[in-house]
Design a protein around this ligand. Structure first.
Ligand code: SAM
Length: 433
């Protein structure tokens, strides 16, 4: 691992410091490093985001004066340097020398002495800095203070388990396309190419791989035999209980993970809508790979109008835009990107989408409200408010043994059976008397 790789990692992390997500920044970074270093680049970029609260805490104490706000690359490089010293199995002298050299590659020769000084000072003061960090709840758990407060309030007895789960590396879980063969047959296919996988209890179509591999190594991936999808996310399509011939609306569908699953389960007439054209195009690509199809519509689900609004649907999946606090172990950059003030805005958007979509549900039909959030404001509270205001809405019980009850719905907490965190509530529109 050389200076080049560290410079590229710093550029990626700098993108996050500017407000972009790693999943948008990294694809442009990966081709800049040797293929053999790509896993390491991802590991370092995600690792820095996962530990950012601790790294920032140390950095603040190691700098004699704050960095200029626009020095994102140097800032990110310092975080990468500290991350290597504390969390990667790299000899310290190499970590320091190559990180210093990376400052030159980034054309920040002025920062060479600074990077060297900060990293050497960390080595000397490490034990004290560690003790200071561990004495503060949020820093110990590498969690922004506002998020920790919300989490402890929402899940007083379960917050520590969630905090631990947020620090784990997520597994690679597959969804087997039942139209092309069953789960056991696919597990044998995986074994034949040297890949071990296990079933996930209670999640019919899921197989968790014993180690992550590029999708090209998965037998039949290009032909749609399997998709990559967390097991918690795979519950959605099964809970909606779609049947052949039904008209189904997938609101907020992109990139189409759940759309594909719905179509694998039954011969339905699916309309998938999203307000992001680039992401909606990915729904088309994903369905094409699965050899399935749906009507795709670019529309704002919070507003009436558009073709989708002229039909009624027997089933609606509303996978609402949310804080994504349930998937932090997979997208550690959320800890850096999300702000406390976002939550209120998301709650309002979710409510607007929900009330706009509800009239399109047929009487007797069901709507599954889903988020990958752990916060009651976006989940149970949202459902309680909606049911109180909609005389024709009632919650149906959901039986998922890995879940905990959450108001009218259920919550999967991250880490349970190695799943990401999801909230689900199933609402029925009362049939007309
Ligand atoms: C959680 S993601 C959906 C994931 C998707 N259901 C899947 O399983 O692959 C939320 C989606 O909501 C979309 N979105 C956000 N606001 C929207 C709105 N007002 N109308 C329609 N789609 C919206 C985003 O573009 C994003 O693709």
């Amino acid at each position: 691992m050389g200076a080049e790789l560290r410079a590229v990692a710093a550029r990626g992390v700098a993108g996050v410091l500017r407000g972009a997500s790693l999943s948008t920044v990294l694809p442009a970074m990966l081709p800049r490093v040797e293929p053999r270093d790509r896993t390491l680049l991802q590991e370092m970029s995600y690792g820095v985001c996962r530990q950012a609260v601790r790294l920032e805490f140390w950095l603040e104490r190691l700098l004699s004066r704050p960095l200029k706000a626009k020095e994102h690359e140097v800032h990110a490089l310092l975080l990468c340097g500290l991350y290597q010293l504390e969390y990667m199995r790299v000899p310290a002298h190499a970590a320091i020398a190559e990180t210093v050299e990376a400052a030159r590659l980034l054309k920040r020769a002025w920062a060479v002495g600074l990077v060297n000084g900060v990293l050497r000072s960390f080595q000397r003061r490490r034990d004290d800095l560690m003790a200071e960090a561990d004495a503060i709840d949020a820093v110990r758990h590498a969690c922004p203070g506002w998020l920790l407060n919300r989490l402890r309030k929402a899940w007083p007895t379960r917050a520590d388990g969630v905090l631990d789960a947020w620090m784990q590396r997520p597994p690679l879980t597959l969804r087997v396309n039942r139209r092309q063969g069953d789960v056991d047959a696919y597990r044998q296919q995986l074994e034949a190419v040297g890949l071990g996988a296990e079933n996930v209890p209670g999640v019919a179509d899921a197989l968790t791989l014993s180690r992550a591999v590029p999708v090209e190594r998965l037998p039949g991936f290009d032909q749609g035999r399997v998709s990559v999808q967390d097991a918690g996310a795979q519950l959605a399509a099964r809970l909606l209980d779609v049947r052949a011939g039904q008209r189904v609306l997938d609101v907020c569908a992109a990139p189409g993970g759940k759309s594909g699953h719905l179509l694998e389960i039954a011969d339905i007439e699916l309309c998938a809508l999203d307000n992001d054209a680039t992401r909606l195009a990915r729904v088309g690509e994903n369905l094409e790979r699965l050899r399935l199809s749906a009507r795709l519509e670019l529309a704002d689900a919070a507003e009436p109008g558009g073709d989708w609004y002229r039909s009624d649907y027997e089933r609606i999946l509303l996978d609402a835009p949310c804080s994504a606090t349930g998937v932090i172990r997979r997208h550690a950059d959320i800890k850096l990107l999300r702000r406390n003030s976002d939550i209120e805005k998301l709650v309002e958007l979710q409510y607007r989408i929900l009330t706009n979509v509800w009239p399109r549900l047929s009487a007797g039909g069901t709507l599954l409200y889903a988020t990958c959030s752990l916060l009651p404001e976006e989940n149970a509270d949202q459902m309680i408010r909606f049911i109180a205001e909609q005389p024709d809405a009632e919650a149906l019980p959901l039986k998922v043994d890995a879940a905990v009850p959450a108001g009218p719905g259920i919550q999967i907490l991250p880490g349970t059976r190695d799943m990401d965190g999801f909230f689900y509530a199933l609402l029925r529109k009362r049939p007309v008397a």
